[in-house]
Every structure is written in structure tokens, then in C-alpha cells.
Ligand binder design. Structure first.
Ligand code: ADP
Ligand code: ADP
Length: 233
């Protein structure tokens, strides 16, 4: 079942009298439970594509169907609602609230969804346990290591059961060993049925995925299967 159906997607920025074609006609589908690395040089359109997929922005033209809903022409308020329901974001810089404990950080998306407090605590606690932080719920992010912070961010991304996990350079601020642990967690999430898109410029990270989409100058240059993914045990 396709989760994402993207057809001839274009995003053109008007800079004074010149046009910047950040995305210049991109077409691909993502099926449920795929694990995809988005690659490409700086300026190739990765962030623009992720912002569109993540419902942070709408395209200049083309269509984007997310979980059977056409989201290419939604107004901001509707887009925000779809985003909170369908997308889990993981960032290079974690983007956690520093003075708020892990449990409350993970509860945030559930507050936006209108879930009541007791249910929020329960679901956030379950999700933190799932990422291996069951004993750190009362800690604040600055009392945790980088890898643990990223796990909190992953728990926050997962807590609403989104259709897609979107990760932008999730290991970019981590040392190699910690980065490997995070990739191992992504592998577990993939095997548990999650659909994952990871933006990375590192081949070693991309080789954990099952498919690589490489952008260049706003178009898809390569869309291929990963032959021997770096499976973690
Ligand atoms: P990447 O993430 O691969 O580095 P981007 O999607 O950030 O690429 O950028 C693609 C192109 O679009 C670049 O030429 C960039 O300068 C341009 N661009 C991105 N965002 C904007 C913006 N808000 N306004 C104008 N140009 C932009
Ligand atoms: P960068 O990759 O440059 O470090 P980020 O990963 O922090 O940037 O953010 C990527 C984009 O997502 C930015 O446009 C930012 O405004 C937006 N963003 C960051 N956090 C959230 C959030 N929690 N909800 C919605 N949009 C966000």
C-alpha cells in the first residue's frame, strides 16, 4: 500500500527576478514499511523535499498524496493537523525542550492531538521504554548523553504512531559508536513495520536503508535498491 504518492513535484522559489528551481519535477512512491535514504549534494533539494513530505510547506505544482489524502493544496491549519497526525520528525539537533523532562517532551505531540493527561503519560512512558529509556523519564535533556537525547527525540516522533518517520541527518551530531546505536534503533523500528525516510550525506548511514533516492539539481538522479544493507543484530 502506498503511503506517499508524489507526481511531478516542483518547488520554485522566486528570488527577485530569478527563479530557483529547488525541485524540478520529482516523481516517486513510498510503500508502507519501506526504509529509504535521501541523498545528494548540498543544494540538490533534499531539505525542500523533506519539508514538502513533512507537510511543512506546499509545492508550486505537482501532486502529493499522503496516506490517501491529497495534501498538495491544503491551507496551513489543515497542513499542521495532517503533519501532527501523519509525520514523526527527528532532527540532527534533537530539538528537545531543555528545561522539560523526557516524559513531557515525548507527550508534546499528544497534547496537540487532544489526548487526555493520563493516557498521554501512559503512551509517552511506553514509547520511552521502547527506545530503551524507561529509567530516564524524569531526566531533563541536559542530563542525558547525545545518543540518549536522540532516543528521546525518536520517542517523541513515534508516540503518535505516525505514518512516516522523517529523519534529517539523525546521526550528524553523534560520534560513530553512538550513531551506530541510533541506526540500530532505526533498523528495529523498520522491522517493527515503520516507514522511514532518512536524509544523509554519509554512505555508511545510507547503506542501512533498503532503498536510496539521490537528488541532483532538483531531480531524482538515482532511485535504487540497496543490495546488501548493513543489518544490525
Ligand atoms: P539541500 O537540502 O539538498 O542542501 P535545499 O532544498 O536546501 O537543498 O535547496 C535547494 C535549492 O533551493 C538551493 O539552490 C537553495 O539555495 C534553494 N532554496 C532553498 N530554500 C530556499 C528559500 N527559502 N528561498 C530561496 N531559495 C531556496
Ligand atoms: P537543520 O536541518 O537546518 O538543522 P532543522 O532540522 O532544525 O534544520 O529543521 C528543519 C525544518 O523543520 C526547519 O524549516 C524548521 O523550521 C522546521 N521544524 C523544526 N522543528 C519543527 C517541529 N517540531 N515542527 C515543525 N517544524 C519544525
Amino acid at each position: 500500500r502506498p503511503i506517499i504518492e508524489i507526481k511531478d513535484l516542483k518547488k520554485i522559489y522566486q528570488m527577485g527576478s530569478t527563479e530557483v528551481k529547488a525541485l524540478n519535477g520529482v516523481t516517486f512512491d513510498v510503500m508502507e514499511n519501506e526504509y529509504i535514504a535521501i541523498m545528494g549534494p548540498s543544494g540538490s533539494g533534499k531539505s525542500t523535499l523533506m519539508n514538502l513530505i513533512g507537510c511543512l510547506d506546499t509545492p508550486t505544482s505537482g501532486s502529493y498524496i499522503l496516506n490517501n489524502q491529497d495534501v498538495s493544496e491544503l491551507e496551513d491549519a489543515e497542513l499542521a493537523e495532517v503533519r501532527n497526525r501523519e509525520i514523526g520528525f527527528v532532527f540532527q539537533t534533537f530539538n528537545l525542550l531543555p528545561r522539560t523532562d523526557c516524559l513531557s517532551n515525548v507527550e508534546l505531540p499528544l497534547i496537540y492531538s487532544g489526548i487526555k493527561s493520563a493516557e498521554r503519560h501512559k503512551r509517552a512512558a511506553e514509547t520511552l521504554t521502547r527506545v530503551g529509556l524507561g529509567d530516564r523519564m524524569d531526566h531533563k535533556p541536559n542530563e542525558l548523553s547525545g545518543g540518549q537525547r536522540q532516543r528521546v527525540a525518536i520517542a517523541r516522533a513515534l508516540v503518535n504512531n505516525p505514518s512516516i518517520l522523517l529523519a534529517d541527518e539523525p546521526t550528524g551530531n553523534l560520534d560513530t559508536k553512538t550513531g551506530d546505536e541510533i541506526m540500530k534503533l532505526f533498523e528495529e523500528l523498520y522491522r517493527a513495520g515503520n516507514t522511514i525516510l532518512v536524509v544523509t550525506h554519509e554512505d555508511e548511514i545510507a547503506d542501512h536503508a533498503r532503498r536510496i533516492i539521490r537528488l541532483r539539481d532538483g531531480i531524482i538522479e538515482v532511485d535504487r535498491k540497496v543490495e546488501n544493507p548493513l543489518l544490525e543484530n
